[in-house]
Ligand binder design. Structure first.
Ligand SMILES: Nc1ncnc2c1ncn2[C@@H]1O[C@H](COP(=O)(O)OP(=O)(O)OP(=O)(O)O)[C@@H](O)[C@H]1O
Ligand SMILES: [Mg+2]
Length: 253
């Protein structure tokens, strides 16, 4: 199977109420996919079935050729899936650098034996340096995570996900809660990070059209738990269905 992620008839109900209804989706290696849709469309729920946070009520989830439908998120993480909110457990009392270092060590556990970790300590230090430089966090390296502003905090979360060198990176609303300027610079920052890693597969959910246009190659539009449209960002943004769905929601403006 050449897809890195494949969903087959994935459904998820909460207490019998369907949130995602029989979704089929294939994501190829290195692809940048955005899942969009109005509030309550089922984006985060679908996302959660990929990350392992939600177990589907029906259907199958494949990751890198393996059926992971019943695999915990920790197991998926070990197999090369990073999710921003999972590694966003910042240690507030630790510095920016220490946080990135801890994330790098966690990523390092993948298939590496204990003694190998010592021999590759320098290697980890090097990867941390690269992640800090790529994220423009060098100047903040010695600052405690608790002291960071919202934008820098998001950038740190991103650096922590990327230093693990995942096969796939899942970003649920990467600019949520940011003001216009912060969102813009975080998007530009993320774009630079991702441009430097063309093999990394990305799935993100977003309301922010700037995020979608600058980061995604393909967009899947969800409504009422179903995929109703897919295409390039420009195609989906200009489609009547999208306009009708977002009318009155004020989301994709
Ligand atoms: N933990 C939960 N328990 C019960 N119902 C839930 C739960 N999470 C989501 N839902 C419901 O499932 C549906 C889909 O929600 P979901 O959060 O997946 O949508 P979304 O597209 O991510 O929305 P948003 O744009 O607001 O983030 C909604 O009707 C929501 O109320
Ligand atoms: Mg959501």
């Amino acid at each position: 199977m050449s897809s890195i992620i494949a969903l087959e008839g994935v459904s998820k109900s909460y207490a019998g109420v369907p949130a995602v209804k029989s979704v089929d989706l294939q994501v190829t290696r290195g692809e940048r996919l955005a899942i969009i849709g109005p509030n309550g469309a089922g984006k985060s729920t679908l996302f959660g079935t990929i990350a392992g946070e939600h177990r589907p009520t029906a259907g199958k989830v494949w990751f890198d050729g393996n059926d992971v439908t019943r695999a915990r998120s920790s197991k998926r993480a070990m197999a090369g899936m990073s999710r921003t909110f999972q590694v966003a457990r910042l240690m507030p009392s630790m510095t920016v650098r220490e946080n990135v270092f801890m994330a790098a060590l966690t990523g390092q556990h993948r298939g590496v034996r204990f003694w190998d970790m010592f021999s590759s300590h320098r290697e980890v230090e090097k990867r941390v340096d690269v992640a800090l430089a790529d994220s423009n966090l060098e100047d903040l390296a010695g600052v405690s995570a608790a002291a960071l502003a919202q934008g820098a905090r998001k950038t740190l979360e991103m650096a922590m996900a990327i230093v693990q060198d995942p096969k796939i990176l899942l970003l649920d609303e990467p600019t949520a809660g940011m003001g216009f300027e912060d969102a813009r610079s975080a998007t530009a920052q993320l774009k630079r990070l991702l441009d430097a890693r063309p093999d990394m597969t990305i799935i993100l959910t977003a309301h922010d059209m700037e995020v979608i246009h600058s980061l995604a190659e393909r967009v899947v539009l969800m409504a009422n738990g179903e995929v109703v449209l897919e295409g390039s960002p420009a195609e989906v943004a200009s489609h009547e269905t999208t306009k009708a769905l977002y009318l009155g929601h004020g989301g994709a403006s």
